[in-house]
Design a protein around this ligand. Structure first.
Ligand code: ZN
Length: 281
């Protein structure tokens, strides 16, 4: 064998044992209810459990794990530089049980005459949940949309007037009626409705790539659908409209249909998320 052939074989062996890998970093706890922000090379292709995930021009992407996500997920990032496969372990979280009494019976079991209205509003909400906005506003730091004591946390099992219901998919801030509500991050308003049956005054803000915030029970709405808002910009006022026992601001977040815990997006909150007794400031 010539020296050149030996050298070529050695190079080939090196390539075989150490294939090039895509650069990828993940920010945020990998756990149930978390939205994790990834950064890779622009132009990379990303899949989560085989489903394609958008990547922004700057290389940012978002992946979310809902409250009841199983223990594993596979993230594959393929870039011109190579492919990286990450087998993610989704840490389980413990959820509170929250018993709420004093809710008007019509909100626990809606009367038949409200069913049409509820269906109409469901269609409106579905249509306002974009999955493919090519922006990465979600990659910036989030702030609380209202200030005050935390009165409800993400993931609690809810019991309304003694009847078990869906978990609480958001965080509640007990701010007084009329207190300001601001955009928690940049985005585009996709829905601004003053009077929804369950949510009362409701705003959706699209933060890009299927990540969006929903603010509920508002007494006033100061923005319109299609409007661009920046973090900290006033969007309305706290209220107790819809299915609420008193004034508070409910902030929920979704990623492509998965409910995630908004409190994890705010600086200084640990991996357990906001706890009752904390103050949103
Ligand atoms: Zn709530």
């Amino acid at each position: 064998m010539t020296r050149r052939a030996v050298f070529a074989l050695a190079v080939a062996a090196c390539l075989a044992v150490a294939p090039a890998r895509a650069e990828v970093t993940l920010k945020g706890p990998v756990e149930q209810g978390a939205l994790v922000i990834g950064k890779t090379e622009p132009g990379a292709r990303v899949t989560l459990d085989g489903e394609s995930v958008m990547v922004s021009r700057r290389g940012y992407f978002a992946i979310g794990f809902d409250r009841d996500h199983g223990p594993r997920a596979r993230l594959v990032v393929a870039s011109p530089g190579g492919t990286e496969t990450k087998d993610l372990k989704i840490a389980p979280r413990a959820w509170n049980v929250q018993s709420i009494t004093g809710i008007a019976p019509k909100y626990v079991t809606p009367p038949p005459e409200q069913i049409e209205r509820i269906k109409r509003e469901q269609a409106l909400k579905r249509a306002a949940r974009p999955r493919d906005t090519d922006e990465d506003w979600f990659a910036g730091q989030f702030i609380w949309p209202s200030k005050g004591p935390i009165s409800g946390v993400f993931g609690s099992q809810r019991i309304f007037n003694g009847e078990p219901r869906n978990p609480h998919y958001g965080v509640d801030v007990a701010a007084p009626k009329g207190a300001p509500v601001v955009a928690p991050a940049d985005g585009i308003v996709r829905l601004a409705e003053p009077d929804m049956f369950f949510e009362g005054g409701l705003i959706f803000i699209d933060h890009g790539q299927g990540v969006f915030s929903q603010m509920m029970h508002m007494s006033r709405i100061d923005v319109k659908a299609g409007q661009h808002v920046t973090r900290g910009e006033r969007i309305g006022a706290v209220g107790g409209t819809g299915r609420a026992t008193g004034p508070h601001m409910h902030w929920g977040m979704l990623w492509r249909g998965a409910h995630v815990d908004p409190s994890l997006m705010v600086a200084g909150i640990g991996p357990e998320g906001a706890k009752p007794g904390m103050t949103a400031k």
